[in-house]
Each structure stands twice: as structure tokens, then as C-alpha cells.
Design a protein around this ligand. Structure first.
Ligand SMILES: [Zn+2]
Length: 305
């Protein structure tokens, strides 16, 4: 850890789900009624990531599915007992923009209560499956505030095949709603040839060389912005069952799995990481937005808050 470069505390999220929880594509595991028959990898894979974090002396946030908490309560307990933040990743891994507000509210309420019961923590951080809070799904925010969430980390401020809010603030910001205030903590992006692209998690982290990942950290740190990094347990698992996916999705889903554990170990040694709550306490948001009557507007003065 002595080679860790000076820099801000960055956030590390582990979206805690199974190897078959893939979004927006048909698989034999699309129907949740099939999931109990699938071989489980999540406990084994999550324990590897817990060990990597422990070796680096780092903490993180684990947005976890309610379905996982119901089946592996002892694993969620281990996450909490090791000093990490337990967050909510929905119950069934449904995309937010495909749900009605009523169905979303019921699913997230159920998952939050389950996660709180098994972790013994108050669960305040939400990450949507597939980063699926798009502009069309901003209606989710008053619901999340009403359910007691204070942090959302579902926005990717870049164009994506699914999810993504291109042009949205790259900095964490306050969001006032009619039901309370949330902090939105976007996934990090970097500028490459004039385009905003994610770099700090998932397929991007697995695909990019270490030098490009480091350039992304440096760009964000120069702007006094902590990085939001993330991983899924399956991404370090070379022995997971492979699904037949359309070519591009298969590439995105499986590229670089064999080298991912090394990349994570390197990243965790090089930069300082904490939970979303810890990072936001150290780097409070600099701007304030308001969501009202289906409109997202920037509140331009502190007095306006
Ligand atoms: Zn997920």
C-alpha cells in the first residue's frame, strides 16, 4: 500500500448479484422462477472481492439484490461485519425504465427492508440494475427519497446502449424532490477523443489497459472529483457458466475476465477507496438540482436552496 498515490478518497461499488443477472437481453435465465435451479457463484465470487478489499485496506458499498439477501443472508452479514456499506440493487434486477412507478416502489421497498433485516444496517444507497435511471425514469427519485434513500448512484453521464444520461453532471449533486433530498453520485467518465466514456468499472475496466484507467483517474482528480468505480462478483470468476449472448453483449459481458482480478488488485493498491457515504462526507456535492412536476432543473444559487 506504500505505492498508493496521493489523491482523494474514491468510491468502490460491488453490484452484488449472480452471474446470470444480465440486462436487456434474452437468456435462459430471464424468468426469475428459473433462478433457484441455476448453479450459484455469488458467495464464492463475493468472498474473493471481500478479500481483495481487505488486502488493500479498502472499504466499499455493496448494492445488493433483495433476491440475493433472501438466499444468502450470512453473506450480506459478512459484508456488513467487515465494515462495508450495504446498498440496494432492487429485488429482481428489473430495469427501472421498464417498470411502472407503482411496481418499482413495491419492489424497492421489499428489497430495502430485507437488506436492512439481514445486514443490521440502515440501507440508504441505491444503484439501479443496468444503471437504468434514464431521463425517462427520473420519476424514480421522489419514490427513492420517500422510501428513505439518501444516495443514488444509478446515473452514467454518457451515451450507452441501455441506461445512460448523456450530458448530465459528472459531479455529485443534491437533488431536491417533493419527498426529500437525495445525493446523486454519478458513475465516472473520462474524455477520449471528445467523447465521454466510462472507464472505472465493468466491461470498460476489463477492456482498457491500465494506462487508460490511470488517465481516467487523473482526469477526474484534476477536476477535484473522486472516482466512482464498480465491479460485479462474476467479473473475477473465470469458471462461471457461459451464456450464449448476441455477439456484442457477449463481448461486453466476458471480455477480460481472466485479467480482472489482477486489475482490481492493482487499482485498489494504487488509489484510496471507501463507501459512497464516506466519499460524500469527504467531498460534499457542489451543485443542487430540483425534480418537480417531471422536470429536472438546476438550482443556480445557494440562497435558492
Ligand atoms: Zn446489476
Amino acid at each position: 500500500m506504500s505505492d498508493r498515490t496521493a489523491g482523494p478518497l474514491n468510491a468502490f461499488c460491488v453490484d452484488t448479484e449472480e452471474w446470470f443477472h444480465v440486462c436487456a437481453v434474452e437468456t435462459p435465465w430471464a424468468d426469475p422462477s428459473t433462478w433457484n435451479a441455476a448453479p450459484s457463484r455469488v458467495e464464492r465470487d463475493t468472498d474473493v472481492i471481500l478479500q481483495l478489499l481487505s488486502d488493500a485496506g479498502a472499504k466499499g458499498t455493496f448494492p445488493t439484490l433483495g433476491w440475493i439477501a433472501e438466499r444468502y443472508p450470512q453473506m450480506v452479514r459478512r459484508i456488513a461485519d467487515q465494515g462495508h456499506e450495504v446498498g440496494c440493487h432492487g429485488y429482481h434486477h428489473h430495469l427501472v425504465y421498464e417498470q411502472t412507478p407503482q411496481a418499482f416502489r413495491a419492489e424497492i421497498d421489499r428489497a430495502k427492508k430485507l437488506l436492512e433485516d439481514v445486514s443490521g444496517q440502515s440501507v440508504v444507497t441505491f444503484r439501479a440494475p443496468g444503471f437504468s435511471i434514464t431521463r425517462e425514469a427520473f420519476w424514480a427519485y421522489p419514490i427513492l427519497a420517500e422510501l428513505g434513500f439518501t444516495i443514488d448512484t444509478s446515473i452514467v453521464p454518457a451515451a450507452r446502449t441501455h441506461g445512460g444520461v448523456a450530458g448530465f453532471s459528472r459531479d455529485a449533486c443534491w437533488l431536491e424532490t417533493d419527498h426529500g433530498t437525495l445525493t446523486l453520485f454519478p458513475v465516472s467518465v473520462m474524455d477520449v477523443a471528445g467523447r465521454a466514456i466510462p472507464f472505472s468499472g465493468g466491461g470498460y475496466l476489463r477492456l482498457f489497459p491500465d494506462s487508460l484507467t490511470d488517465a481516467g483517474f487523473a482526469q477526474n482528480h484534476r477536476a477535484s472529483r473522486p472516482v466512482m468505480a464498480y465491479i460485479h462478483p462474476r467479473e473475477i470468476d473465470v469458471d462461471q457458466p457461459r451464456m450464449a449472448l448476441p455477439w456484442l453483449r457477449g463481448f461486453q459481458y466476458y471480455v477480460g475476465i481472466a485479467d480482472c482480478e489482477r486489475k482490481l488488485r492493482r487499482m485498489l493498491a494504487r488509489y484510496a477507496f471507501g463507501s459512497c457515504q464516506a466519499v460524500l462526507a469527504a467531498h460534499p456535492p457542489r451543485e443542487r438540482w430540483r425534480y418537480q412536476a417531471s422536470q429536472m432543473t438546476r438550482v443556480t444559487t445557494a440562497a435558492g436552496a
